[in-house]
Design a protein around this ligand. Structure first.
Ligand code: GCO
Length: 454
């Protein structure tokens, strides 16, 4: 840890710059916590399929049970309310409410989200609904998935169903979470569902997410006139690994081909020239007919921030680069380079470049190998220090004029970390996956002091 830990970690001190109405919250996603994968009529999603693929998941696990949140949501809502959360960002499992993705509605699935929203509102926690956190209904993947242009209709109908069911009580919405991860890790790198390795497909998936966003926002606005709608983009700090000209150029091209690939269109600028060049040179656009993407229409920009990515060029060719933590840097268990100053810089840069009406930090958090001590405590000092430094960086950005209105920790509970299964713990609350026992960690007590300062 840097500097003087006492003042730096003190939540009362850290909370000072934030306005009273600031949304302190937690973020989670359906497949990572719900479990009950085959209950009450839920249809399979691409993650149910992918997790069963031999070798796909580090510990061979699935989200079949996860945190059993589907059954334990009353306890989980109580927990987050106890920790002072004013807001909770969760996602809808599309195949729980529409088992085939389109057509017949599964009423018990919709009822679950109705009960969850009621429980949150009763506990004084504002719900933020994310419509898509990567768990596409398998039935739609079988028809071509997000690479098929019909997905714009499928998604818009699904969004309208949720807006008409929950729009009377839910004001905060998000269409997509980390569209780059879904498109590129799922369809080009093959390490996330649906596990494809084809760049032109990934580019089509990215494009269709932008189109589905634009159309579904219109549908939600028509049904929920006071809705506040955003998208969560994962923008980590991208930096050249060395001072060399090659690395500098590689970092610029990578950030354009990945982050600006979504941000520029969302803010009405179309695809970025540098990114287009890089994708074209790498052959990613072969056979793809890229029309001008629609602008975004966002009430807020969601930012998921975790780390600094250093880019090292292997050659001058586009996409011939290595991305990761600098050797010797401070890292979490994900081997992510901890860089809280990067959060401040990214917030400032996004504000200067795009001028969003508001920015919400929709995810920030860290994995460490926690354990429950004999006295029942989880002394997660590393996580606590990580959070404190990032909250401090957020307050620096706020003071510098960034229109920051919320901060959601990833996550309330330890949960299913995608292809790493249950081997990485991001929660402020420890979960024993055998007994489903929840134990708030030291960082949870710290967060409560931050959120309840007034
Ligand atoms: C997301 C994230 C989460 C991860 C978290 C830690 O897109 O919202 O990927 O689902 O669990 O970022 O890796």
């Amino acid at each position: 840890m840097h500097g003087s830990p006492t003042i730096e970690l003190d939540p009362a001190h850290l909370a000072q710059p934030f306005p009273a109405e600031f949304s302190w919250g937690f973020a989670a996603s359906a497949y990572q916590i719900e479990g009950a994968a085959a209950e009450d009529g839920r249809g399979p999603s691409i993650w149910d399929t992918f997790a069963r693929r031999p070798g796909a998941i580090a510990d061979g696990s699935t989200g079949d049970v996860a945190c059993d949140h589907y059954h334990r949501y009353p306890e989980d809502v109580r927990l987050m309310a106890d920790l002072g959360a004013r807001a909770y960002r969760f996602s809808i499992s599309w195949s729980r409410v529409l088992p085939l993705g389109t057509g017949a509605v599964n009423q018990p699935g919709l009822d679950f989200y109705r009960r969850l929203v009621d429980a949150l509102l009763n506990a004084g926690v504002e719900p933020l609904i994310n419509l898509f956190h990567w768990d596409l209904p398998q039935a739609l993947q079988d028809l071509g998935g997000f690479a098929d242009p019909r997905v714009v209709d499928w998604f818009t109908d699904y969004a309208a169903l949720l807006a008409s069911t929950l729009g009377d009580r839910v004001r905060d919405w998000m269409t997509f979470n980390e569209p780059a991860v879904f498109a590129f890790l799922g369809h080009a790198d093959g390490i996330h569902a649906p596990g494809l390795r084809d760049w032109p497909t990934a580019i089509r998936v990215a494009d269709n997410q932008l189109r589905a966003h634009a159309r579904s926002v219109q549908a939600i606005r028509a049904l929920v006139p006071d809705a506040r709608i955003g998208m969560a983009i994962d923008v980590n700090q991208v930096a050249p690994a060395t001072g060399s000209e090659h690395d500098r150029l590689a970092a610029e091209r990578w950030s354009s081909a990945r982050d600006a690939w979504f941000l520029d269109p969302l803010f009405g600028r179309g695809y970025p020239a540098l990114g287009l060049d890089a994708h074209r040179e790498a052959g990613h656009l072969e056979g793809v007919d890229l029309a001008e993407p629609p602008a975004g229409d966002l009430d807020y920009l969601g930012l998921n921030y975790y780390r600094r990515d250093s880019v090292r060029a292997r050659s001058e060719r586009a996409f011939d680069w290595e991305i990761g933590a600098l050797p010797g840097s401070e890292q979490t268990q994900m081997e992510w380079h901890v860089a809280s100053d990067g959060l401040r810089d990214v917030l400032l840069e996004l504000t200067q470049r795009y001028g969003p009406p508001e920015i919400v930090i929709t995810e920030n958090g860290a994995a460490y190998p926690d354990r429950v001590d004999e006295d029942g405590r989880v002394r997660d000092v590393d996580r606590l220090g990580y959070l404190a430094r990032h909250v401090a960086a957020a307050s620096d950005a706020l003071r510098a004029g960034v229109p920051l209105t919320g901060y959601y920790v990833w996550s309330l509970l330890d949960n299913y970390e995608w292809s790493l299964g249950y081997t990485r713990r991001f929660g402020l609350v420890h979960v024993d996956f055998g007994s489903q026992r929840r134990t708030p960690k030291d960082s949870a007590a710290w967060y409560r002091r931050l959120t309840t300062r007034r």
